[in-house]
Design a protein around this ligand. Structure first.
Ligand code: TRP
Length: 343
């Protein structure tokens, strides 16, 4: 029996290189070894964009297309939509009883989101609830492993706490219902964007809202333009000037994506000593990124031309996901002794 893997994305826009290196790459590789569930958390998008239903609907389909393009294979893995899984909503209510309110409020990812999105004290009740829903997303599938970016670790910690607490309260110690899920982080935990440092001198992480992303769906031309315009060492005016490799997106990207490690090591040395130009290094990076995304563009085209097929994959995935989530919900009610009408 394979172990279960579950992860997901909130549909806020198209997926980019940061998602690939932080999590998608792992997911594609782990498909053969785990029973995989990939969740499109459309309801989470409503926590801050309740006034934009049409956008969220489109973003949901975009994420599904991104999943299929990167190589998530619907014959091996299950892709599904959160709003179609009623058992998760029920589990959210039940699990919320196991989380003291101040515990949820201490979650640093929630705090950070309130800060960044400038929600002040105007966030909805549902905004806090989304973190509990995420606990239910993972536990509904009794997942063993959850590949996510670093920012999701606090949600995983809450999930582990709820799993332990549930097992302890309602299960015999030799037959716990929930495995304690493990986080699996990507090769690069926080990929920088292609833009300038912020006022603190730090390079912001790649994100759609900061307008500093290279999307997995970008065409070769767009990738080329973006890399050519990308921020590098501002003190280096010509190829003969010594350059700084550290904290330079050009080299961060080569180290993350270029599999020719010997070329990277040699070019970095030349860059430090003023023997290679930005143009040449950028050209190489363009080649690397276009090659990485080429199979993605090809797969994308197949599904783009066949939207009915895309919906069918989502519907079949959602059916399989519902079967598992319902089974968990029944086991949860039974453990909680609220299984009045089960035979
Ligand atoms: N919160 C995650 C994000 O914003 C998406 C998500 C929802 C998720 N449910 C999940 C990730 C369950 C892992 C497991 O990207």
């Amino acid at each position: 029996m394979k172990q279960r893997l579950l992860t997901g994305d909130t549909p806020t826009g198209k997926l980019h290189l940061g998602h690939w290196i932080g999590s998608l790459e792992n997911r594609v590789q782990m498909q053969n070894d785990y029973e995989c569930y990939f969740l499109i958390a459309n309801i989470h998008a409503f926590t801050t964009r309740a006034d934009k239903p049409a956008e969220i609907r489109q973003n949901t389909l975009d994420i599904a297309l991104d999943y299929l393009s990167v190589g998530i294979d619907p014959s091996k893995s299950t892709i599904f939509i959160l709003s179609e899984i009623p058992a998760i909503a029920e589990l959210t209510f039940l699990f919320s009883m196991l989380l003291p309110y101040p515990r949820v409020m201490r979650n640093p990812t929630l705090k950070e989101e309130i800060r960044i999105k400038e929600l002040g004290d105007n966030y909805s009740f549902g905004f806090l609830l989304y973190a509990v829903d995420q606990v239910a997303d993972i536990l509904a599938f009794r997942a063993h492993v959850v590949p996510v970016g670093e920012d999701q670790i606090p949600h995983l910690e809450m999930t582990r706490e709820v799993a332990r607490r549930f097992n302890q309260l309602y299960c015999d110690s030799d037959t716990p219902l929930f495995p304690i899920p493990e986080v699996k982080l990507g090769k690069v935990k926080r990929l920088v964007g292609i833009g300038h440092p912020n006022e603190n001198g730090q390079l912001p992480k790649m994100s759609k809202s900061l307008n500093n992303a290279i999307f997995l769906s970008d065409t070769p031309d767009v990738i080329s333009q973006k890399v050519k315009a990308m921020y590098t060492d501002p003190k280096r005016l010509r190829a003969s000037d010594p350059g700084t490799v550290e904290n330079n997106p050009l080299w961060i990207f080569h180290e993350a994506f270029n599999s020719d490690k010997a070329w990277v090591a040699e070019a970095e040395e030349k860059y430090r000593t003023g023997q290679i130009g930005d143009v040449e290094c950028k050209k190489k990076l363009i080649d690397v990124l276009v090659a990485l995304t080429e199979p993605m563009r090809q797969r994308r085209k197949l599904y783009e031309d066949d939207p009915a097929q895309l919906l069918k994959i989502l519907q079949e995935g959602t059916e399989r996901a519902n079967a598992v989530a319902e089974e968990t919900l029944a086991a949860v009610k039974k453990a909680m002794q609220q299984d009045f009408f089960y035979k």
